[in-house]
Ligand binder design. Structure first.
Ligand SMILES: *Cc1c(COP(=O)(O)O)cnc(C)c1O
Length: 422
């Protein structure tokens, strides 16, 4: 039998990949809990929860059972004109844990569509009220997805060159620090004078794709409050930060000013099936509620609120709130702190940061985002049986909540030994 990685080359085109220079793809044949197993049976600790999706571990039996049962009953149905128990029940359960001002849920099928819909809600909200606001505000180095609206607001458009001429209009502000906040607010006041900013999209507290950069909560709160005073809708992209990663259910829970709109995906369905969700306040919803049909939000995806995805999400929301998972989250936070105290003064470590179970360290060397040294690091981790995916010179850990102390120590040891080879 030909190897999977060889058969793969014939017809497959992978995401974020330059195939001419990329080495062959690693074939994963199964996953269980924290572990991935390749074709040859070698195991890897999934130190980034497969892009922060399977936070409760892979193939969690509780989630599999729930989705398996649902599969026997109802697989898929149109969500325009129809509804079903998994979607209704999920809305009831999510509303209990979302920030208190969130009232309405709009489903889609991935993180980019969740933000795309958030952007469209913000634009149409003003349009429906006869106000012309055609600019979006976003953070420098933000990442919100790869569809056109999402790409436009992403400051971190590493290879978006061919598309930039087609982007929607976006104004950018730096993330708040204790040093820049006064001048940032002053500059923002000037921008707001034009009265043309419809919405502000932001990754609250942690910018994932920008290499887990963490910014100042007080500063963000002040920015959000100022924007709200000027009628700008705030759109929290919690696709990465949602569902426990920051130590609270949502990053917005660390802030006083709650968003008008929230975007969720990734861990929403525990990594089992794709789903996106855009939530909003009653006030936002009200701007679309009208006898005039054209004021509705005419956006829909075929798989909107797929019953299996809703069931996975329901099971995940239940798991998140168990004592066991909440305890594990606190344990990981403590283990990271101990690791940090051991490593932060290492001569090859420039900076470290942590929020909740998200831990990142910057190496004290210049490195290309997809360069050779980055590849060498990646290979070292994989050889050691730990799947970590360095972003440039940043190594970050975002392991499943079910990672044991022994497994976490293995991740830490592999990072320590990596410092010796760079
Ligand atoms: C991953 C991510 C997205 C895009 O989600 P996809 O499902 O990959 O389209 C958007 N925003 C943030 C913050 C993300 O981390």
């Amino acid at each position: 039998m030909e190897k999977l990685s060889d058969r793969d080359k014939k017809h497959l085109w992978h995401p974020l990949t330059q195939h001419k220079t990329h080495s062959e793809m690693l074939a994963i044949s199964k996953a269980k809990g924290v572990l991935l197993f390749d074709e040859e049976g070698k195991e890897y600790i999934d130190g980034i929860s497969s892009w922060y999706t399977c936070m409760y571990g892979h193939c969690h039996p509780f989630i599999l059972e729930r989705v398996g049962n649902q599969m026997q009953r109802l697989d898929q149905v149109v969500f325009s004109g129809f509804t079903h128990e998994p979607a209704v029940k999920l809305s009831e359960e999510l509303i209990k844990i979302l920030p208190a001002n969130q009232e309405k849920l709009f489903f889609s099928d991935n993180g980019s569509t969740a933000t795309e819909i958030g952007i469209k809600m913000a634009l149409q909200y003003h349009f429906n009220q006869g106000e012309k606001r055609n600019v979006l505000l976003a953070f420098e180095e933000g990442f919100h997805g790869d569809t056109f609206g999402a790409m436009s607001v992403s400051g971190l458009s590493v290879y978006n060159g061919p598309f930039e001429d087609f982007f929607i209009e976006v104004d950018r502000i730096p993330v708040p620090t204790q040093d820049n906040i006064e001048s940032a607010l002053a500059q923002l006041e000037i921008k707001l004078k034009n009265n043309n900013i419809a919405g502000f999209i932001y990754e609250p507290l942690v910018q994932g794709a920008a290499a887990m950069k963490i910014h100042d909560a007080d500063g963000l709160d002040r920015i959000l409050a100022l924007l709200k005073n000027h009628g700008v809708l705030t759109v929290a992209d919690e696709v990465m930060t949602g569902f426990g990663k920051t130590g609270k259910h949502f990053a917005s829970d660390h802030l006083d000013t709650k968003p008008d709109i929230m975007c969720l995906s990734k861990a929403l369905t525990a990594g089992l099936v794709p789903m996106g969700l855009t939530t909003c306040t009653q006030e936002v919803y009200q701007a679309f509620y009208s006898d005039d049909i054209s004021k509705g939000l005419f956006h829909g995806h075929t798989y909107t609120a797929n019953p299996l995805a809703c069931t996975a999400a329901l099971a995940a929301v239940e798991l998140l709130q168990t004592e066991e998972i909440q305890e594990n989250i606190q344990n990981i936070i403590q283990w990271h702190k101990v690791f940090d105290s051991e490593i932060k003064d290492h001569p090859k470590v420039a900076q470290t940061r942590q929020l909740g179970v998200i831990y990142a360290l910057d190496l004290d060397i210049q490195m290309e985002r997809y360069g050779n040294l980055r590849d060498k690091l990646f290979k070292h981790f994989m050889d050691e049986g730990v799947f970590l995916r360095p972003l440039g010179n940043t190594i970050y850990i975002l392991a499943p909540y079910v990672t044991t102390e022994i497994q976490m120590n293995k991740i830490y040891d592999t990072i320590k030994s990596a410092l010796e080879i760079v």
